[in-house]
Design a protein around this ligand. Structure first.
Ligand code: GLN
Ligand code: ZN
Length: 750
C-alpha cells in the first residue's frame, strides 16, 4: 500500500460552525470557552475522519481561527506594537490584527489582507517593525498536537516556512529581509526543538513561495535559511511542501538540502514531471506527489493519475500520495448536497471525497480492487457533454470592434452631449434589509414573480428619481434584483450547477459558494433587459446596462476540466454578448461590463502571463462588445488599481470607459496611465465606498484637481470607487451630493 498525505483541510466546519460561532463571539453573544469548544470539536472530528480514511500524514495546526499567516505571526511573536499595547489576551490580540479593534482598550485598524497566491483565499500580511523582538509562542502548535495524541492520532504539525513568511511580509521601517532573517530563523529553531521534545516525528513546512519567479538572491536566502535550520534539528524529519505550481527555479537546490520529503505539485506544476525526469530525484528522499487536485471539485481521473505515478516511479523510489495543495480551497463534503442528483454528484469530489480518492488510488496502485478503476473510467468516457458545442466558432471580427476607439470617442461625444467630467456610479445602490427580504421571499416562493417584479420596479423608480434629484449624468438601475455578481448570471445560463452548502473560506469568517460550470454555456433568455429597459423608460438621461464580464464569471466559478479555460471564457463571452446586443436593441446606450476579477487568475509566473492567460482573457472581453454600434458606449469596472503591470492589456480590452478604485491607494497609477498614453477614458473613484465616512466636497475637489494633473479633461469621469450595495442610504446620498457639487464647481474653472 502507498502512504497518503494531505497538506491541510478546511476548518470553518461542515456547516460553517466556526464561522457562526466566531461571529457570535465578535458580537459578544458567545464566550471564549464556547468558541474554543466549537473549534476543538471541528478539529477532532476531522482528525478522526482522516484517520478513518487511512491518511498516514495527518496534519495538525492546519486549523486556524482566521488565517494561517496570522497564526505564524503569533508563532513568531511578530505582533506590531499597537496590538500589543491593547493589552488584551492572545486570542483577542489575534482577532484585533485580523479585523481591527475599537473599544475601551484602544482603537487600531486591522493588518492588511491580500490574496493568497492564485486563489480566492486571503491572508493577513505580516508587518515587520524595526524594533520588533521576535518571541516563540508554540502554545497552539503544542495544544493541537497533544489534542490529537489524546485521540491516539500522531499528527504531522504543519507550519508556514521562514522563506514564504519573509517574502510575504511587509517591512515598514528601515529594515529588510536580510536584517531580520536570522532572528526569525532562531525562532523557527526554537519551534522545531519544541517539537522534538514532544517526540514529534515528522513536520511539514509550507513554502508555496517557491513556485514564484525567484532570483539569485531568493535562492541564496532559501538555501541559507534551510542549511542553518538543518544543522540544528537533526532528529526531526522535515517535509517541504510546495504547491500552486512547480519549483523550476530552485529544484536542484531543494533536492540537495536535508529534507526528509519534498512535496511537489503535479496538478498545477506544469514542469514538475520534466524536472524530475531531467534532473532526477534524490534516492533517499520521499516524494510527496501532489496528484489529487486541492483546488477543483471534479473526480480524479484514476487512469491518468496511475499512469503519472508509474512514470514518477521511474525516477523516485519512495512515493507518498499527496493532495496538490491544502484542501482548504474546496468545500467539505458532497453529503451536504441534497438537491444535486446522483448522476451529477458522481462526477464530483469535495474534501472528504478526496480523502477517499487517495485511499482508492493507493489500493489500485497496489494491485487491489481493479473494480474501482473500472468504475472511475466510466466517468471519463466521452459523452458527458455533447462534443459539438465545446468550441464556439469565432473569427477575427468577433474580437475587433469597429470603428477604432478614437473615432468612436468623437461619435459618442457628439451623440451623448454629456457635460465635461460626467458623473456616474458603479451600479449597485444600498441593499436595505427590505430588498433582501423581498428577494428571499421570492426565492422561497412566498411571493409571485409579478409581485416581486412590482417591488423591484418600485425600487428602480425611486433610485432613478434619486439620481435625477442629485443631478448625476449617467444613471444606473441599482441592481436590487442581484445578490451576487456571478450567481445572478449563472442562474440564467445553461451549463451552470449550483450547490447548497459548498462553501469555501475566502477570508476569516467570510465564505463564498462558487457555482460549478457543468456543461457548455449558452444564454437561456435575456437576463437584465427588462429592468434596464424599465429604468431607461423613466428618464431622459442615459441609464447604464449592467453586466458581469466573462472572465470574472469564469474566475469565480469552479471550472470544468474537460475543456480549456479559454474555451469556457469564450462560451461565457458568447452568452454575455447576446445580452449586450439585446440591451442595445432595447435602447440601452451605455453598457457596463464588470471585470472585477480579471487579475485574479493572472499566472504566478510572468513567463506564463500571455501564453496561458491574457491572450484569451482580454479577447473574451473584446468578444462581448465587438458587435455593438459606434454610438453604444462600453464601460468596464475593476475593484482595484494595481494593474500597472498589465496596463496595456487593460487598455487593449478596448472599452470606452473604465472605472477603478484609486481613492485609497496612492495615485501612482494615474501618473502611469499618462506615461503609457492610456486611451480608455477613466473614472478613478473619487471616494472610498468601503467606509461609511462621508467625503467632504472640499476633499473631492482636491482629489479631482490631482487627477486632472495627469488626465485630460475630455477623458475623466467622476464616480465612487465601487458599487454602493454595502453602504447605508443616508451616507450614500450625502456622499453623492458632495461628489456632484464638487464636480460642478470644478467644471466652472476648467
Ligand atoms: N456593478 C457592481 C456593483 O456596483 C460592481 C461590483 C464590484 O465591482 N464588485 O455592485
Ligand atoms: Zn468594484
Amino acid at each position: 500500500m502507498y502512504s497518503k498525505a494531505i497538506i491541510g483541510y478546511p476548518r470553518v466546519g461542515k456547516l460553517r460552525e466556526l464561522k457562526f460561532s466566531t461571529e457570535k463571539y465578535f458580537r459578544g453573544e458567545e464566550s471564549k470557552e464556547q468558541l474554543e469548544a466549537v473549534a476543538k470539536s471541528i478539529r477532532e472530528e476531522q482528525w478522526i475522519l482522516q484517520k478513518r480514511k487511512g491518511i498516514d500524514f495527518i496534519p495538525s495546526n492546519d486549523f486556524s481561527f482566521y488565517d494561517n499567516m496570522l497564526d505564524t505571526i503569533i508563532l513568531l511573536g511578530a505582533i506590531p506594537k499597537e496590538y500589543k499595547n491593547l493589552k488584551v489576551d492572545m486570542l483577542d490580540t489575534y482577532f484585533a490584527m485580523a479585523r481591527g479593534y475599537q473599544g475601551e482598550k484602544g482603537d487600531v485598524k486591522a493588518l492588511p489582507m491580500k490574496k493568497w497566491f492564485n486563489t480566492n483565499y486571503h491572508y493577513i500580511v505580516p508587518i515587520i517593525e524595526d524594533d520588533m523582538k521576535f518571541t516563540c509562542n508554540v502554545d497552539n502548535l503544542v495544544k493541537y498536537y497533544k489534542e490529537a495524541l489524546s485521540l491516539d492520532i500522531r499528527t504531522t504539525p504543519s507550519i508556514i516556512g521562514p522563506f514564504t513568511f519573509l517574502k510575504l511580509a511587509r517591512f515598514n521601517g528601515k529594515k529588510g529581509i536580510n536584517d531580520v532573517c536570522y532572528d526569525i530563523l532562531n525562532i523557527y529553531n526554537e519551534v522545531l526543538s519544541k517539537l522534538v521534545s514532544l517526540e514529534v516525528e515528522v513536520v511539514q513546512v509550507h513554502e508555496p513561495y517557491l513556485v514564484m519567479d525567484l532570483n539569485e538572491e531568493d535562492k541564496e536566502l532559501f538555501t541559507d535559511l534551510y542549511t542553518r535550520l538543518f544543522t540544528n534539528s537533526k532528529s526531526l524529519k522535515i517535509v517541504l511542501q510546495s504547491y500552486f505550481g512547480d519549483i523550476r527555479d530552485i529544484y536542484e537546490e531543494v533536492c540537495k538540502l536535508d529534507f526528509y520529503g519534498i512535496g511537489i505539485d503535479f496538478i498545477e506544476g506544469k514542469q514538475s514531471l520534466s524536472l524530475i525526469k531531467e534532473k532526477g530525484f534524490p534516492k533517499e528522499k520521499v516524494l510527496f506527489a501532489g496528484i489529487v487536485n486541492g483546488k477543483n471539485i471534479w473526480r480524479n481521473d484514476y487512469s491518468k493519475t496511475i499512469e503519472l505515478i508509474r512514470e514518477i516511479e521511474n525516477y523516485a523510489d519512495k512515493i507518498v500520495l499527496n493532495t496538490s495543495c491544502s484542501l482548504l480551497h474546496v468545500p467539505y463534503t458532497l453529503d451536504n448536497e441534497t438537491n444535486l442528483e446522483e448522476d451529477k454528484k458522481k462526477y464530483f469530489a469535495f474534501a472528504e471525497e478526496k480523502l477517499g480518492e487517495l485511499e482508492e488510488l493507493s489500493k489500485i496502485l497496489s494491485g487491489k480492487e481493479e473494480n474501482l478503476l473500472v468504475k472511475n473510467k466510466e466517468l471519463f468516457k466521452e459523452g458527458r457533454i455533447a462534443e459539438e458545442n465545446k468550441h464556439i466558432v469565432l473569427n477575427e471580427e468577433d474580437f475587433n470592434r469597429k470603428p477604432s476607439r478614437k473615432e468612436r470617442k468623437k461619435i459618442q461625444k457628439e451623440f451623448f452631449k454629456l457635460p465635461i467630467l460626467p458623473t456616474t456610479t458603479i451600479g449597485s445602490f444600498p441593499q436595505t434589509k427590505d430588498v433582501k427580504v423581498i428577494r428571499k421571499k421570492y426565492k422561497q416562493g412566498e411571493i409571485t414573480s409579478s409581485e416581486y417584479d412590482k417591488e423591484i420596479k418600485n425600487y428602480i423608480k425611486d433610485v432613478i428619481k434619486l439620481q435625477e434629484d442629485l443631478d448625476i449624468d449617467v444613471l444606473v438601475h441599482g441592481e436590487y434584483e442581484r445578490n451576487d455578481m456571478v450567481e445572478y448570471f449563472g442562474e440564467n445560463l445553461n451549463g451552470y450547477l449550483f450547490t447548497e452548502k459548498a462553501w469555501v473560506q475566502s477570508y476569516g469568517t467570510r465564505c463564498v459558494k462558487p457555482p460549478i460550470i457543468w456543461g457548455d454555456i449558452t444564454r437561456i433568455k435575456p437576463i437584465t433587459v427588462e429592468y434596464s429597459k424599465y429604468a431607461q423608460s423613466l428618464t431622459k438621461k442615459p441609464v447604464k446596462g449592467m453586466l458581469t464580464g466573462p472572465v470574472t464569471i469564469l474566475n469565480w466559478s469552479f471550472p470544468r476540466e474537460d475543456i480549456s479555460l479559454r474555451d469556457m471564457a469564450f462560451q461565457i463571452g458568447g452568452a454575455i454578448r447576446d445580452e449586450v446586443l439585446d440591451l442595445e436593441k432595447a435602447g440601452i446606450k451605455i453598457i457596463q461590463i464588470d471585470e472585477a476579477a480579471i487579475k485574479e487568475k493572472l499566472p504566478l509566473r510572468k513567463a506564463d502571463w500571455y501564453t496561458e492567460y491574457l491572450d484569451w482573457a482580454i479577447k473574451a472581453f473584446r468578444l462581448v462588445h465587438s458587435k455593438v454600434e459606434a454610438t453604444t458606449q462600453i464601460h468596464t469596472h475593476m475593484c482595484y488599481s494595481e494593474f500597472k503591470d498589465i496596463v496595456k492589456d487593460i487598455d487593449n480590452m478596448d472599452a470606452d470607459v473604465i472605472s477603478f478604485e484609486s481613492s485609497k491607494s496612492n495615485l501612482d497609477i494615474v501618473e502611469y496611465l499618462k506615461q503609457v498614453n492610456f486611451e480608455t477614458e477613466v473614472g478613478p473613484g473619487v471616494y472610498d465606498i468601503h467606509s461609511p465616512r462621508v467625503p467632504s466636497k472640499k476633499e473631492i475637489i482636491c482629489l479631482i484637481k490631482k487627477l486632472r494633473e495627469n488626465i485630460d479633461k475630455e477623458d475623466l469621469w467622476i464616480n465612487p470607487d465601487c458599487g454602493l450595495k454595502t453602504r447605508g442610504e443616508k451616507e450614500t446620498i450625502e456622499s453623492l451630493r458632495n461628489m456632484v457639487k464638487a464636480t460642478k464647481e470644478i467644471r466652472e474653472v476648467i
